[in-house]
Design a protein around this ligand. Structure first.
Ligand SMILES: [Fe+2]
Ligand SMILES: [Fe+2]
Length: 260
């Protein structure tokens, strides 16, 4: 019976599977970095205090992209193109979740409503990132090189999640509560379906690289679908709750140095 841990062990042990895993992760992080960098540049004057935090958020995501690329380099591997069906960030953007890339490429300043949209989208996707990294920490415990990289990313993702909660609570108190609730729910509903589809696509690509029998692939797809049903029936609520984090002002420090 395959478990998440044994599946990831198979992926880490196979060069082509590991290359695809790190390439998908690096690409998603880099896209997140670009989005946040643009948002930081376009913050409206009323929300200027947020600009350094959004810039820091973007710098962290860029750093995560470099960390995954460094893991590839250490094994003597080059990144491969990301199959479009596994591109979580692009699929969210295409579904209209978060701010459109056309909007971010323009030079026009964002509105306060755009900032709410950005933070609500991030609240949902950072929950996912935080949970995924916590799971990966467990799966990589006996692989020190990968574990060190995942630990660094995991700490950042927890900070991003704390920051989104704190800033959304501030904006909710300032009168945006209703739109925040609505945006969070819409983002969560779209995200859980896209996460399911992307997970199935990633596992289908891994299955063909690793030569999995049909029954094993079918079992994994059924597991992913079952998790989606859990999220659809109420698990999604954990992605939209707002709680003041224990760690306040988690993104107040300087941007990370380009060490990798
Ligand atoms: Fe990240
Ligand atoms: Fe993040």
């Amino acid at each position: 019976m395959p478990t998440a841990k044994t599946i990831f062990e198979e992926i880490f042990d196979n060069e082509n599977a590991f290359r695809l895993f790190c390439s998908i992760a690096a690409s998603g992080e880099a896209q997140g970095g670009w989005e946040n960098g643009r948002i930081a540049d376009l913050v409206p004057s009323a929300e200027q205090d947020l600009a350094p935090k959004i810039a820091r958020h973007g710098a962290d995501e860029d750093k995560h992209g470099r960390i995954f690329n460094a893991l590839l380099r250490k094994r003597g591997l080059d990144p491969v193109p990301v199959p479009p069906d596994t591109d979580y960030t692009m699929r969210l953007e295409k579904a209209g979740i978060g701010l459109a890339h056309s909007r971010l490429r323009a030079e026009q300043k964002l509105t306060e409503h755009d900032i709410v949209t950005y933070l609500a989208h991030s609240r949902v996707t950072e929950q996912r990132a935080s949970e995924q990294m916590r799971a990966l920490r467990k799966f990589t415990a006996d692989r020190p090189e990968i574990a060190r990289a995942i630990r660094a990313i995991s700490t950042d993702e927890d900070n991003h999640l704390a920051y989104c909660n704190e800033e959304l609570l501030r904006l909710a108190a300032a009168g945006h509560e209703q739109v925040i609730r609505h945006t969070l729910r819409t983002a969560a509903m779209a995200e859980i379906a896209i996460y399911r589809d992307v997970s199935k696509a990633v596992m289908a690509h891994m299955g063909s690289i690793l030569g999995w029998p049909k029954a094993k692939s079918a079992l994994l797809a059924a597991g992913i679908q079952a998790f989606y049903i859990y999220e659809r029936l109420g698990g999604w609520r954990r992605m939209v709750s707002l709680r003041m984090p224990a760690r306040r002002n988690a993104l107040c420090g300087p941007a990370p140095v380009h060490s990798r």
